[in-house]
Design a protein around this ligand. Sequence first.
Ligand SMILES: [Zn+2]
Length: 123
Amino acid sequence: MAKTYSNKINKIRSFALALIFIGFVIMYGGIFFRESPVIMLIFIALGMIALLFSMVVYFWIGMLSTKAVVVNCPNCEKPTKILGRVDMCMHCREPLTLDPDLEGEEFNEDYNKKKKISAVKSD
Ligand SMILES: [Zn+2]
C-alpha cells in the first residue's frame, strides 16, 4: 500500500507557506485594478488577511510542536515529532503510533478521530 499520508506538522507548515503565496498573489492581483483604488484596496486587504492568517497558522504550529512527542524513528533513526495517536515520520514517512493498542495495525489517520476506542490522555 502506498504511503499517502504525511507528517501532520509538515502538512500544516506547507499549508501556512501556501497561504503566504496566496496572499502575495492576491495583493499582486490588485495591481490590475490600479484605476479603481477601492478594488485595489480590497485586494490588498484580502492579501493582508491571508498573510496574517498564515502567521496565525505558524503560531499554531509552534503551539502544536510543544505538545508533540519527539521520538527516534525506528526506521530511519532520526528524531521526529508525533502529533495525535498516529502520525508519520517527518523523514521517511514511517507510520508511528504512541498507542500500544494500535501497534502493528494498518496505518489509518482515522484513529485520531475515532472516539470509540477509549481515548488515552497522554498528559
Ligand atoms: Zn523515519
